[in-house]
Design a protein around this ligand. Sequence first.
Ligand SMILES: Cc1ncc(COP(=O)(O)O)c(C=O)c1O
Length: 348
Amino acid sequence: MSEAIRKNFASDNIAPACPEVMDAMIRANSGPAPAYGGDEQSTTLEARFAELFEHDLRCFPIATGTAANSLALAALVPPYGAVLCDQSAHIANDEGGAPEFFTHGAKLITIPSDDGRMLPDALQTTIELNREGGIQSTPARALSLTQATEWGTVYSLARLRELTAIARQNNLPVHMDGARLANAVAHLDCSLADITWKLGIDVLSFGGTKNGAIAAEAVLFFNTALAEDFIRRIKRGGHLWSKQRYLSAQLLPLLHDNLWLKHARQANAMAQRLAHGLRRQPGAKLPFEVQGNEVFVVLPEPLVTQLEAAGYVFYRWPTPAGVDGTLIRLVTHYATEQTDVDALLASL
Ligand SMILES: Cc1ncc(COP(=O)(O)O)c(C=O)c1O
């Protein structure tokens, strides 16, 4: 990997696609294949996901996380309903209104939390405040949870169980934004089944792009009744690839021999190493637990400038009021190596 990649901690999607994915693309690139998902790779992909999740499911490969989330939500909520999500959720802050667009105007109601993980009491209260009311109301009709969260924290299975139980008691279907689900599974050391359908997740956006693919996510319906007509939404939204084999071919190698998990473990281990080193740095404060592959750290401004001057690339984050220093985000990925982390720490 080049020095430019080694010094780039801006995101997990700055990384190139992994060799296994590139090889699979070359292999997929021969001979004819039926269009619009009728190809062998797409059929095999659905079967592989069903095996991995130990559950019958419908699988729809989608090129972007934004479209995967937005289309999935459109299958759950009517235009006059509301989706409840954490205030840090990508769907609420970073998707340019796509969830509202694809749902034909459903409202996103954000629930405050300290670290990206919704609290059961707050969910219950928000549901109470957004019950089916008169014609003027925008009733809560779905819950969306992000795992791992935007702050790099991971919901415990117990917390997820509490949240999904509340959703079930209130007839809300549950979506999970799993752009970084692999990192959450690596952290919790649980099975994919444990963290999804066994907890009552109805539909999942399973991330591939941040974990070694070129551009591929999968919308997985464990509640297959909800997938009826989903293909029409994909087509109508302009996200149905006629040459879908190239989408599915990216995900298959990640599922093979649990490469998705190996990649996530590497990314998480590098985030741990980074966090460990930063904690020893005078003046550094880590505001959130580091559980996935994202490290948020408050550093004295001169140190941040020093890192930038040394060629490091990362995002500066809005620093909370009253906090002394500059909040930055450092993200590791499957190709981050120990020497990259150690070199960054040595530049401080
Ligand atoms: C939690 C989460 N969900 C969804 C996405 C959307 O992915 P994309 O940029 O492919 O639309 C991202 C990307 O940063 C993300 O962090």
